[in-house]
Design a protein around this ligand. Structure first.
Ligand code: PHE
Length: 477
């Protein structure tokens, strides 16, 4: 593919391919792992409410804005913004926020791949368990049937304690991601999305239906949807905003880049709506899948990043056919993670191909390699490097290991910054006619979009950001 180094030379083969790839980018570990983790840590309802508000008022107009920037610019996140700026007769320096987005994608992938590695490990655990059950003539056994339920969560600590395994899984996942991106837009990214995403949704429906009949469903509903406003601190709101942006893949290059491969005929607004709807739906379903189990087996909802991995296998242990369901569940998360990690790497690779005029395969392996190396540091921070504090001088990060520092720095600082600049750029600086034509919206719908992107999104992001990052302004953290 060295001949078509400019990403503008590649494109989706159909609108449907684009929709699947974009939904695949949005739906990922953010929905199934990060959302339940944060909802649990932040006390449930109030967090969920702010999260949903951020999705509708900020995330949705951001998705549309990014896809339109990409389609107009026909390039990567940086060069597309520059092109829109040029065509609007404003400074090319606006390209900087595209650049911060690319940096965010790069950083997200470093820890994302580590978590995806945990998923792969559980695919292995559940897979060998299911094969064992199958060959002993008992395919409908519960997961890890011979084990004591109390010892099942220790699988996670076993993994964290085993450096070769931890790094091996991270390596495997990165290699897979790089390999797909190196194959290109139609042969790699699009193909992966069109196989993986439909399978993902079938599995999701099956497992949710199955789960609705077990566990403490009512308690989970109450936890997720009864807001306790006393829990609504600026830092909870910043978590919710960061999660909304992270989960919808905005402010991090992916959607601008994918927008660059969209044909002029595709209508962008309905696609943006579909992405938002699918993404929110999957997050809420994941919550309704996980918290009934957490409450049923008496785990701590605020347990943090290991919650999903430790709680679900216990549920699969007691469920009929839990061994099979457990395997399917982790395969499902793995598919979701892969279609997202591809979009993260593509955001970086598309830019680097253009910037350095390199071929796709070489760029993917090189930049994927950099991501991999920083990912190793993230993985080791769960083990021997757990005491390293990258930003220890900054109160916001003083207790965070490398993994959490990168995650928090991106979602609390970089994503809100990029979201703010994108909104100001599209709402105030970009040519209004250009924006209107690209959205395909008119009349009242366009007016609503303009209001959201010019006023609500920037003001909302700014308020949340300032209060959370400078907590002394409001006298609390
Ligand atoms: N949205 C993805 C998820 O929820 C993660 C992601 C973030 C992907 C930013 C691309 C860009 O898992």
């Amino acid at each position: 593919m060295a001949g078509s180094a400019a990403p503008g030379g590649e494109g989706w083969s159909s609108r449907w391919a684009f929709v699947l790839a974009a939904v695949g980018a949005a739906v990922g570990l953010g929905n199934i792992w990060r959302f339940p983790t944060l909802a649990g840590e932040n006390g449930g309802g109030a967090f969920v409410l702010v999260y949903i508000a951020c999705i509708i008022l900020i995330g949705l107009p951001m998705v549309l804005s990014e896809i339109l920037i990409g389609r107009h610019g026909r390039s990567d996140a940086f060069h597309s913004v520059v092109k829109v700026a040029e065509d609007s007769n404003v400074s090319r320096n606006w390209g900087i926020f595209g650049g911060i987005g690319i940096l965010s994608a790069f950083l997200i992938l470093t820890f994302y791949s580590v978590v995806a590695g945990w998923v792969l490990y559980y695919v292995g655990v559940m897979g060998s368990d299911f094969l064992g059950a199958l060959f002993s003539g008992n395919p409908f056994a519960g997961a890890l049937a011979s084990e004591n339920p109390e010892t099942i969560p220790s699988r996670m600590t076993d993994l964290f304690g085993n450096i070769p395994l931890l790094l091996g899984m991270h390596t495997l996942f990165m290699v897979l991601t790089i390999w797909i991106v190196a194959r290109g837009v139609t042969d790699g990214i699009e193909k992966a999305a069109t196989y993986l995403m439909p399978t993902f949704f079938v599995l999701l429906v099956l497992i949710t239906l199955y789960g609705a009949f077990t566990g403490e469903f009512a308690k989970a509903l109450a936890f997720l949807f009864t807001p306790d406003f006393s829990k609504l601190t600026p830092s909870v709101m910043n978590d919710a905003l960061g999660q909304a942006l992270f989960s919808m893949s905005v402010a991090s290059a992916a959607l601008i880049t994918y927008g660059g491969y969209v044909s002029k005929e595709t209508r962008l607004a309905p696609t943006a709506g579909m992405i938002a709807f699918a993404d929110t739906g999957v997050a809420l379903l994941a919550g309704l899948m996980i918290f009934p189990i957490v409450f049923a087996v008496g785990l701590d909802a605020a347990a943090g990043p290991t919650l999903v991995f430790q709680s679900l296998p216990i549920a699969f242990h007691t469920m009929p056919a839990g061994s099979l369901v457990g395997l399917l569940f982790f395969v499902l998360i793995f598919f979701a993670a892969l279609t997202s990690s591809i979009s993260l790497l593509e955001g970086v690779v598309a830019w680097a191909m253009r910037r350095f005029e390199w071929g796709r395969a070489m760029t993917a392996w090189l930049f994927g390699g950099f991501v991999f190396l920083i990912g190793v540091a993230c993985a080791l921070s769960l083990n021997v490097w757990s005491d390293i504090r990258l930003l220890g001088f900054w109160p916001l990060f003083e207790e965070k290991n490398i993994f959490d520092t990168i995650d928090d720095f991106v979602s609390k600082i970089l994503l809100p910054t990029t979201a703010f600049l994108t909104a100001v750029f599209i709402g105030w600086r970009a040519d209004k006619k250009l924006v209107e034509a690209e959205t395909g919206l008119d009349g009242a719908l366009f007016a609503i979009y303009r209001f959201l992107i010019a006023w609500l999104a920037p003001v909302g992001v700014l308020l949340i950001f300032v209060f959370a990052v400078f907590p002394n302004l409001v006298g609390q953290g």
